[in-house]
Every structure is written in C-alpha cells, then in structure tokens.
Design a protein around this ligand. Sequence first.
Ligand SMILES: *Cc1c(COP(=O)(O)O)cnc(C)c1O
Length: 379
Amino acid sequence: MNTAIPLVDLAAQQKEIHEEVMAGLDEVFATTAFIGGKPVGEFERAYAEATDVAHCVGVANGTDAVELALRGVGVRAGGEVIIPANTFVATAEAISRIGAVPVLVDVDDEHLLIDPDLIAAAVTGRTQAIVPVHLFGQVAPVERVLEVAGDIPVVEDAAQSQGATRFGRFAGSLGAVAGTSFYPGKNLGAAGDAGAVTTQDGEMAGRIRVIASHGSARKYDHEVVGMNSRLDTVQAVVLNAKLRRLAGWNERRREAAARYATLLADVDGVRAPRSAEGNVDVWHLYVVRVAERDAVLRSLNEAGIGAGIHYPTPVHLTRAYADLGLERGSFPVAEQAADQILSLPLYPHITQAQQEQVVAALRAAVAAHGVRTEVSTAS
Ligand SMILES: *Cc1c(COP(=O)(O)O)cnc(C)c1O
C-alpha cells in the first residue's frame, strides 16, 4: 500500500539524535547558560573544521549570516551587490537590509547557478560584492567568479550546501567570507532558526562577531552600531549532535540522488539534474524540470507525494522587488526554469521503495498531462 511521502522528513533525523540532544539540553537548563554557553564555542570550532576554514561565528539565522558576511567585506548603504536571479529571496533581503541594492544576473541553464560570463556586464563603480549562491546542494563555480571579480570581494551564500565540495574544497571556504543557514530543513538544521558565518580571515571574523553582538566585544563598550544576532546555546546543542552525522547523511542523500537518476532515466519528458564537473554535491533539493509543471505537481500532491517548487518566482518578479523595475524577460533562463522546476522528496532516510513510488507517480502524471519530450535547453 502507498503512503504519503513528505518533501523532507525531519522526524527520522530527530530520532537518531534524541538522547544526545536531551542530555545536552538538560545541561544547558541546569547551567542556564542560554547565550554563549559552552556548546556554542564547541559548535563554532567543529563547524569551522568541517568547512576547512579558520573561523566560524554562530549567528541567529541564515539571512543575518549573509548580511553580516556582506558587512564584513564593507558593503554599505548605496552600494550594489551582484547575485543570481534564481535564489531564495533571503539573499536579496540581506543586501536590502544594509541599504544596498541587489543587482541580478541570469543563471546557467544546466545548473541554475550564477553565470560567471554575465557578471562583468553587471559590475559598476558601486559594486561592493558578488554573491554566488550554492543552490540545491551544488557548489557554484566560485573560481570563475573570482576571476571576473578581481578586487571585488566574493561572498558565498552557502545556506543550501553544508558539506558540499568543488575540486576538493568546501562550500563556505571558497570566497572572502560565507553565510550559511541552519533553518530546520537545511542539510544541517537546528530546532529553530540558526546560522553561521565562515571565513579564513580572523580580523574579519572578529569584526563580524562584534557587529552581531550589539557592536561590542566587551560588555557595554559599543564600538559600532551593531545588531543582536547570536547562536542560542540550545540550538548549538542540536547542531553539535547533527554535525557529527552530517557527512553520513549527505552520503545517503547522494545515494538517493543516484537512485533517482537511474529510476528517471526512462521517464520521457523529465530532465534530471546532474552534478557539475569537480563537484561533490549534497543534494539539499532534487530538482527536475518538466513541461506542464503545475499540472504535474498537482497530480503528485494528489497522489500523496510532497513535491514542491524552489522557487516559483525569481527575485525580480516578486512583489517585494517590483521596485527594481525589472520586467519579465530580463532573465530568460531563470524565468523559464521557474516554470519548469519541480523538487522531488529527498532526505537522508528516504527509502528505495519511497523513491520508486515517487517516480511511478511522476511517470503517471507526465503521461496523464501529455508531456512527451524533455524540456529543451534555453537558447
Ligand atoms: C535558507 C536560505 C537563506 C536564509 O536562511 P534563514 O536561516 O532562513 O534566514 C539564505 N539563502 C539561501 C539560498 C537559503 O536557502
């Protein structure tokens, strides 16, 4: 009998870490060290090591992490920051909150990541940073972005790619600084909101830590106008337990992605994702492309398959960013992709039987809606 299959299954993760987390929480509550307790420093050291960087600053969420990373490289009000048109809106929000302006460029059709060839045309005298986003668990071609960037700092948005590597180097270690998110559904997820900034630069890490803690390194000595964005001790307990399992869970995601690739090979009309050369991706999302996507998605949901869309509206077409004045047609690849992308359920504990059920439902939906030929690449 078929049962419902969720897009992500956090309960299975929770079960694995339950005892460890409860013991850790008991200690936090016993010591009442809710801010800056021992687990926070432990996590920052462990996450820096796992990302192969010298410094990690735990913060309150991923959007703050990206904002703090941008402030760390000197992004100010009135500046411009280049980002891909296809990303979660938070990348743009982090820029807007500083009073800077997001400048969008289109993505490449194969991986839907920032297209390095389009960056140079977007650079102006006001450009203060470039943000490649490691979307869907991939790693963006940061080495090519760095080439175009010259002296402009490159700030990674690594929210969807904890543990992914490109030519052996970790997402979050490739630019000047990176922001990441531990939103519960991310590959490394807290039990609520959390995030981190990673960098090799100790001076920058120190400045970011000051900004994130009311602009002070010592209590009541406020050097700059800061903000309150700290990693809760309670979240650090959860993150420590999950970080120990992240590599194993990412490996299971890769196995699941490989199974999907096999199962989808003979499903006409569905374009399966592929890893870029040099990448070991961590499959935060498994995003296929299909024509008649909305109808196919409805059929899947009716069949109890928790498929979704990441993301239905490119940043420039959201109402929030109508002010950018960028009409439909501005970024053809991102816009076409937004109409075709479909995220299939994928999480470390998904079973082969569940994946077979997803693909059977997808095959039926595609046939029912007359999708015959694979969506063509944009030209
Ligand atoms: C999740 C996410 C963020 C923001 O993280 P929050 O913790 O939700 O603030 C930023 N960028 C990308 C690409 C994300 O996926």
